[in-house]
Ligand binder design. Structure first.
Ligand code: ADP
Ligand code: MG
Length: 683
C-alpha cells in the first residue's frame, strides 16, 4: 500500500518537509486541536508548498463547506512574478492560515449584508491538507472553516468543530466523576454511503435526472427488487472497474474505504470507510461523494446521490455510525469490569435522554426535499426518531428502571458499579434495520440522514445534545454527594422512567408505529417544512447558544436557508416535470393518437372490419390520457404560480400517474425517455 495517503500532507510528509522543531509543533497542533503557533506559519507553508509542488501541484485553494451542503474552492497559482518573464513559486503563512473571499453568492440566510460581502476562510489544522489531481495537474487543498466578517459561521464545519469541543469538555467532566484522569477524547464517525450508478447515455436523455437528480416520471418495471437478486450479488465487471478506481483515489487521499457491495435496489451500491475522528470523517465523506461522481463520469456512468432517484425502488441513505473514545477506549463498548460497565451505562443513559428530549432538532438535520421522499417510504426509517437497543441491553435498561423490583428471568437486578453486564452479542443488536437510531454493539448508527447530505449537521446536533445530557448528569451528581454508585443508580433509574418512551424495538416500518409513537408523545415531523420548525424553538436556540455551537442569529439563518432551499428545489422539480410533460411527452402521445385516428378512419373507409376494436380502444385510452395530461399540466402551472411547495408536489404526483400510464400505451420505440428497466438494468 505504497500509495495510501500519498496525496496527503501526512505526518510522514510533514517530517520530511519541515524542520524537526516546526514539524513537532505542527503535529502537536493537529493532535490536540490547538491553535497554530503563528511564528511557524511561514515555515509550515513553505514545507507544504514544496511537498505539493513536488507532487505536481501548481495552485492552492482553501477548501470549505458552505451552507449549500457541498464543497467550495477558489484556486490561486503559486506563481509570483519577480521581473519580466521571471517568476518564483510562493506560498506564505498568511496564504495558509487565512483567506478572504467574496461570499456574496454563498447562502448566508441574512447573516451577511451585501456591504460586508467578504467571507473569511481559516485553516483547520486538524484536517490535513491534501492534493486533488486532474488530468493536467494538481491543486493543493487546505481544509478551512468559513465565516463572515463578524465571525458568524457561514459553513458546516465551524459548528461541527464547536460541537466537538462541547462534547469533549462534557466527556472529560463526566470521566472525572468516575475518577479517570484527563485523556484525549475522540468523537468517531463512520459514514456508510449509498448511491446509484446509471449509464450516462441514459441520463443525458433524462432532463429530470440531470437537473434535479431524480426521475419525476417512470413506470415501475415488471422486475425491480422483489427477488432481492441484487443485494450482495456479484459485482458486474464495469462496476467493479469503477469501484476499484474510486478506492485507489480514496486511498491516495488517506480515506480508509473498506467495504463495497451491491445494495438492495438494482443499480444501487454502497461504500463504507473505516471510522475516523469525526471532523476528518466528515471532510472525507465530502471527498468520497466528489470522487464517486468524478470517477463515474470518467467511466461513462452517472453517480446519483439523490435520496430517492427512482420511485418504487429503495432510496439511498447515509448511515452515520457514531461513538466517543476516551484515551483510545470506546466508551460505547460495554466493558468487562463493573466500573467500565457503569461508565458505559451512564453514557448510554445520557444518549437516551438526549435523543428523547431533542428528537425534533435531530430530525431537523435530516430534512431535505430529497430525503422527504425516502424517510418512511417503507425501506428507510420513518421520520419518527426512536432508539433501538437490542434485547439484551433493553433488558438491562429495564432492570435499571425497575430497580429493586427485579426481573423474573432469574437474573438479579443490575447494580451499577457492582455488577458486570451480561454479554451483549453484537449480532442480535444490529438486525433491526427499521430503526433510525440503533445501538449496534459498540456504537450508534443514525440511519435517517440522506445519501446526498453532509454528515456535519446531524453530527453537530448529536454532539451538542449529548453534551447537554452528560452535563445534566454531572450537575445532578454534583448536587448530591452521597455514595457515588448509589446516586448514579438512582439517577439512571429516574432517567429511564422518564425517557424510555423513545426506546422502540418493534417494526419501524409498520403502520401501527406512528399511532403508538403519537400515544407516547414522540414527534413525527413528516416533511421538511415541519422538520425545520424546531430551529425556531426558543428552547433549542437557547441550548445551542449555551453550548457555543450556534448563536441565535446563526440558528435563524439556517432556518431561512433550509426553507428557501426547499422552496426553490420543489419549484424547480415542478418546472422540470411540467416542461417534460408538455414538450416531450405530449407531442409523442398526440402523434400516436393522430396516427391511430388516421388508421381507424382509413380502415373504416376501406371496409376493414378486424382491428378496429383494438385500435379504437387504444385511441380512446390515449385520447383520455391526452386530455388528462392537459388538465394536470394546467394544475401544476397554477400551483407553480402560487409557489407553495406542498400543492406543487401534489400536482406533480398527480401528473406522474398519467404519464406513467401513458408510458405503457405508447410505442416503446417512440417513448422519449429512457425507462426504469433500461436505466436500472443495463450497465
Ligand atoms: P455493520 O453496520 O454491518 O455492523 P460495521 O460494524 O463493520 O458494520 O461498521 C459499519 C460502520 O461503522 C463502518 O464505517 C465502521 O468503521 C463504523 N464503526 C465501527 N466502529 C465504530 C466506532 N467506534 N465509532 C464510529 N464508527 C464505527
Ligand atoms: Mg451499518
Amino acid at each position: 500500500m505504497k500509495t495510501y495517503g500519498a496525496d496527503v500532507f501526512s505526518e510522514k510528509a510533514i517530517r520530511s518537509h519541515l524542520a524537526k522543531s516546526v514539524a513537532e509543533k505542527l503535529l502537536a497542533t493537529m493532535r490536540d486541536s490547538k491553535p497554530l503557533d503563528p511564528s511557524i506559519a511561514d515555515a509550515v507553508a513553505k514545507g507544504m508548498k514544496d511537498w505539493a509542488v513536488r507532487n505536481g501541484a501548481t495552485h492552492f485553494t482553501h477548501w470549505f463547506q458552505p451552507m449549500t451542503g457541498g464543497t467550495a474552492e477558489k484556486h490561486d497559482a503559486f506563481i509570483e512574478p519577480t521581473g519580466v518573464a521571471t517568476a518564483v513559486q510562493r506560498f506564505s503563512g498568511r496564504n495558509l492560515i487565512g483567506g478572504e473571499t467574496d461570499a456574496s453568492s454563498f447562502p448566508s440566510g441574512g447573516l451577511r449584508s451585501t456591504f460586508e460581502a467578504r467571507g473569511y476562510t481559516a485553516w483547520d489544522p486538524t484536517s490535513p491538507a491534501f492534493i486533488k489531481r486532474h488530468e493536467n495537474g494538481a491543486t493543493l487543498c487546505i481544509p478551512t472553516a468559513f465565516c463572515s466578517y463578524r465571525g458568524d459561521a457561514l459553513d458546516m464545519k465551524t459548528p461541527l468543530l464547536r460541537s466537538v469541543q462541547a462534547l469533549t469538555r462534557a466527556t472529560v467532566r463526566l470521566m472525572g466523576r468516575f475518577g479517570k484522569k484527563k485523556a484525549h477524547v475522540s468523537i468517531t464517525l463512520g459514514a456508510e454511503q449509498e448511491y446509484f450508478l446509471v449509464d450516462r447515455g441514459f441520463c443525458r436523455r433524462r432532463p429530470d435526472l440531470l437537473q434535479v437528480g431524480r426521475t419525476v416520471f417512470g413506470a415501475a418495471p415488471a422486475k425491480h427488487q422483489q427477488l432481492d437478486a441484487h443485494y450482495y450479488g456479484s459485482i458486474r465487471p464495469r462496476i467493479l472497474k469503477f469501484m476499484t478506481e474510486v478506492e485507489h483515489e480514496l486511498w491516495r487521499l488517506g480515506i480508509p474505504a473498506k467495504t463495497r457491495h451491491n445494495e438492495v435496489a438494482p443499480a444501487q451500491f454502497e461504500l463504507a470507510p473505516m471510522f475516523e475522528d469525526i471532523n476528518l470523517a466528515v471532510d472525507h465523506n465530502m471527498l468520497v461523494m466528489e470522487v464517486l461522481r468524478r470517477t463515474a463520469e470518467a467511466n461513462g456512468l452517472e453517480c446519483i446521490l439523490h435520496e430517492k432517484p427512482f420511485d418504487g425502488v429503495n432510496g439511498s441513505g447515509k448511515h452515520c455510525n457514531w461513538s466517543i473514545a476516551y484515551g483510545g477506549q470506546n466508551l460505547l463498548s460495554p466493558g468487562d469490569s463493573p466500573r467500565d460497565n457503569a461508565i458505559f451505562l451512564t453514557f448510554l443513559s445520557a444518549i437516551i435522554r438526549a435523543i428523547d428530549l431533542h428528537a425534533d432538532i435531530l430530525r431537523m438535520t435530516t430534512a431535505s426535499a430529497g430525503n422527504d421522499r425516502r424517510l418512511g417510504a417503507n425501506e428507510a426509517p420513518p421520520a419518527i426518531i426512536s432508539i433501538f437497543l437490542g434485547d439484551e441491553l433493553s433488558a438491562v435498561m429495564h432492570d435499571i428502571e425497575t430497580g429493586a423490583s427485579g426481573r423474573r428471568t432469574g437474573r438479579a437486578t443490575m447494580k451499577i458499579g457492582v455488577d458486570t453486564l451480561p454479554p451483549l452479542p453484537r449480532d442480535s443488536t444490529d438486525r433491526n434495520r427499521t430503526s433510525p437510531f440503533a445501538f449496534t454493539g459498540n456504537k450508534f448508527e443514525f440511519r435517517a440522514p440522506g445519501s446526498s447530505q453532509s454528515c456535519a449537521a446531524s453530527q453537530t446536533v448529536l454532539n451538542t445534545i449529548v453534551a447537554e445530557s452528560i452535563d445534566a448528569i454531572c450537575d445532578k451528581l454534583d448536587a448530591r454527594g452521597g455514595d457515588f454508585n448509589e446516586e448514579l443508580q438512582l439517577l439512571l433509574q429516574r432517567f429511564m422512567k422518564k425517557h424510555k418512551r423513545v426506546l422502540f424495538s418493534g417494526d419501524g416500518y409498520g403502520a401501527d408505529w406512528p399511532k403508538e409513537a403519537a400515544k407516547r408523545g414522540l414527534p413525527n415531523l413528516r416533511d421538511t417544512l415541519e422538520a425545520i420548525e424546531p430551529l425556531k424553538d426558543p428552547a433549542n436556540v437557547e441550548l445551542f447558544a449555551k453550548y457555543g455551537v450556534f448563536t441565535a442569529d446563526e440558528m435563524a439563518s439556517r432556518y431561512e436557508i433550509a426553507k428557501e432551499e426547499y422552496r426553490s428545489r420543489i419549484a424547480i422539480e415542478g418546472r422540470v416535470a411540467l416542461e417534460m410533460a408538455r414538450s416531450m411527452i405530449r407531442p409523442v402521445v398526440a402523434d400516436e393518437f393522430s396516427r391511430l385516428a388516421t388508421a381507424i378512419g382509413q380502415a373504416k373507409k376501406d371496409g376493414i372490419k378486424v382491428g378496429i376494436r383494438g385500435l379504437t380502444a387504444l385511441s380512446l385510452k390515449l385520447g383520455a390520457g391526452l386530455d388528462d395530461l392537459h388538465v394536470k399540466c394546467e394544475k401544476i402551472d397554477k400551483a407553480l404560480a402560487k409557489g407553495e411547495s406542498r400543492p406543487i408536489l401534489a400536482a406533480m404526483e398527480d401528473l406522474r400517474k398519467t404519464v406513467d400510464r401513458l408510458e405503457h400505451l405508447v410505442d416503446d420505440t417512440k417513448w422519449p425517455l429512457p425507462k426504469y428497466r433500461e436505466m436500472l438494468f443495463i450497465q
